[in-house]
Design a protein around this ligand. Sequence first.
Ligand SMILES: [Zn+2]
Length: 333
Amino acid sequence: MKAAIFEKPGLENLRIKQDTEEPKITEHDVLVKVKMAGINPIDHFAISGAREIKPIPHIPGAEIAGVVEETGKYVSSLTQGDRVVVYARVFDGVCDMCLDGYEMLCRSGGIIGVMTNGGFAEYVAIPEKNVFKISNNIGWEIAASLPVTTITPYHALKEAALKVNEFLLVFGASGNTGIMAVQFANRMGAKVIAVSKDGWVKDFGADYIINEYDKVIEDVKKITNGKMADVVLNSLGIVTWESSFESVGANGRLVTFGGLTGADVKLNVQSLYSRQVKLIGSTGGTRNDFREIIDMSKELKIRVWKKFKLDETKEALQALFAKERDGRIMLEI
Ligand SMILES: [Zn+2]
């Protein structure tokens, strides 16, 4: 089969190999013929060596949607031809975290495409417990945006316990996860303040737009009548840390699932406790979250900027950090 594969870390070492060995499925696995894969920062981390990968040579690709090609002997929930999406976390199902319903915190877990081969290939072998059927009326672009881009902000908003009529401030609102956060918050009945240079975030349900990072604190103050935001979602890291922390109101919550611009932030403990601010970390989501977003996926929208072919995987990965990027990058396989 054709696959994007690398032996040594570095994007320059990623190549397209026509005769990569097709993955073999076990009795509990499903062979998925990949239709579309999303490109995410996690794929970059896998390729650059920022994350430990297995196996080597390695096929990256964490966000996978496709069609069932073959099923193992004991697979009962799926049959050949089913349209499916892949829950992107490797988990054992037997540890305390798994039993508690937190598969993404599995003691022996990891991420598909990092800890296992991923979806930047024609075929990928996935355990049945990770493969979820989707209906025919869900487009591949949305399907391939569920496993990482959609589940992550959805779970984060649940962790932050966002409530109806609360103010939510979203940094990077026109980014992959930001667009989804805006849509979910809107459906949850919150008032969404989007920090973005792109006016089109309004079409996704933003009630207010702040287009300059230096004005965030001042604008949030105006919009909320001085109370500041109930929940702040900021996964951009150090660059926007101060303005996000200062934008949280009394008894508010600051939730994060990333630190793209740098993770070592400064924290004033007095400012934290005196306003009773809660800092919340969130990572991925549970299988139950996945089931819930699949149920909602018909009503979700995504903005795709560019679609690349498997032969252009390197270009697709480079495009993720292009300044002019204005929407998602997808890989059509
Ligand atoms: Zn586990």
